[in-house]
Structure formats: structure tokens, C-alpha cells
Design a protein. Structure first.
Length: 217
């Protein structure tokens, strides 16, 4: 895939980020972790682009973003009603994510590669929680799910992160892929990232106002 096109696709997260800023005062606080992650993702893409242009490594900022993303999305699922019982579950998972990230970063050293055990683990975790939440929305929602922000976000999560898990497992466990096949896989990931970012933009656009939610966060 053309490098410039890949960069444009990666910056598609800006659409959701801008919509989030414009609608922020009207959006329910229940969605704040997701919005924060979108803004951080845009900042990270910008930083990565600048570092690449000056021929500097993007390893550190990408590694830091990976743990921030996992923590914010886990927090988001709690806001949607998951991980509330038992009370210790949410804090335990958050701590486990940080500990796993530190161990792989400092002692295993795999985190600095494109695929790591940590990224596979949290991608699988997000995909599983998304499937559960999709089932909840299907059972609860009386209207069309097309404008249901939770449903849209979780569908994007399932598609993108499930593919990440599959690719990661193949990559780590000895699938001997040709260079052309690897490029094809990377291209699919880039297109899936574009798809997810556009779905995020729709989800942010249709996020309900504050008065529609009474859940504590």
C-alpha cells in the first residue's frame, strides 16, 4: 500500500476526534473514556507521523499508547455496566493489564515488536467484552441498532481486534509468511483501522445526551 495513503487512513481518527470536541458538552459522561481514547489516538498518530518524518523511532509512544488504550476501553466497558460485580473485578483487571505490560516491556522485551503477547491478550479481552455488550444491546434496544453508539463501537471492536488476535497468533507461532503475504496482512489491518475509525465517527455523532443516562460512572 502507498505510504501516503496509509498515513491518510491512519488520520481518519481525526473525524471522530473533531466530532467529539464539537459535541462534548452534550454527550453523556458515560462515554468519556472512549472520547479521551479517541483524542489520545489522534495525538499519537500525529506524534508518530512527526517522528517518522524526522527518522526517529515510534516504539516508545506506540507502546505507551497500547496500555493507555487498554485501560481506557476497560473503563468504558465498566461505564456500560460490565465489570461492576464483584467490586474488586474492575480494579484487578486494570492492575493486571498494567503489570502484564510492564513485564513484557521490561523483562520479555516482546512489547517493542509489531506483535506482542500483551497486544494479543488485550485485543482478545476487548473482543470478548464487545461480544457480550452486543448481546446486551440486542436484548435491550427496542429501536434500530444502526444509531446505537454502544452497538456500533462494539461491532468495530469485534472486527478490528479479532483480526488483530488472529494475525498476532499466526505471527508469533511460526507461520512462515512470504513478504507479499505480510504486506497483504498489513494492508488489511490498515483498511480495518479505517473502517473502525469511520464507525467511531458515526458512534460519536449519535452519542446520546446527558439526560438519557442515569448510570453512575
Amino acid at each position: 500500500m502507498n505510504y501516503d495513503l496509509a498515513v491518510i487512513f491512519s488520520f481518519s481518527i481525526a473525524i471522530a476526534a473533531i466530532i467529539g470536541l464539537l459535541r462534548f458538552k452534550r454527550i453523556s459522561p458515560i462515554y468519556y473514556p472512549f472520547l479521551i481514547c479517541v483524542w489520545i489516538a489522534f495525538a499519537n498518530e500525529t506524534l508518530s507521523y512527526v517522528l517518522t518524518r524526522v527518522r526517529h523511532s515510534t516504539v516508545i509512544n506506540i507502546d505507551i499508547y497500547s496500555v493507555v488504550e487498554a485501560l481506557l476501553f476497560t473503563w468504558q466497558f465498566r461505564n456500560w455496566g460490565l465489570l461492576r460485580r464483584p467490586k474488586w473485578l474492575f480494579s484487578t483487571i486494570m492492575c493486571a493489564l498494567v503489570i502484564f505490560w510492564i513485564i513484557e516491556s521490561l523483562f520479555i522485551g516482546k512489547l517493542h515488536s509489531a506483535i506482542s503477547y500483551y497486544r494479543i491478550f488485550y485485543s482478545f479481552f476487548i473482543a470478548v467484552m464487545s461480544i457480550y455488550e452486543i448481546n446486551e444491546q440486542i436484548n435491550q434496544e427496542k429501536k434500530s441498532l444502526i444509531k446505537n453508539s454502544i452497538f456500533l463501537i462494539c461491532m468495530a471492536f469485534v472486527i478490528y481486534y479479532t483480526f488483530n488476535v488472529i494475525v498476532g497468533l499466526f505471527w508469533l507461532y511460526g507461520l512462515h509468511m512470504s513478504v507479499s503475504f505480510q504486506r497483504g496482512v498489513v494492508a488489511i489491518l490498515i483498511y480495518l483501522n479505517l473502517f473502525a475509525n469511520l464507525i467511531y465517527a458515526l458512534a460519536v455523532l449519535w452519542m446520546p445526551s446527558k439526560h438519557r443516562f442515569s448510570l453512575s460512572y
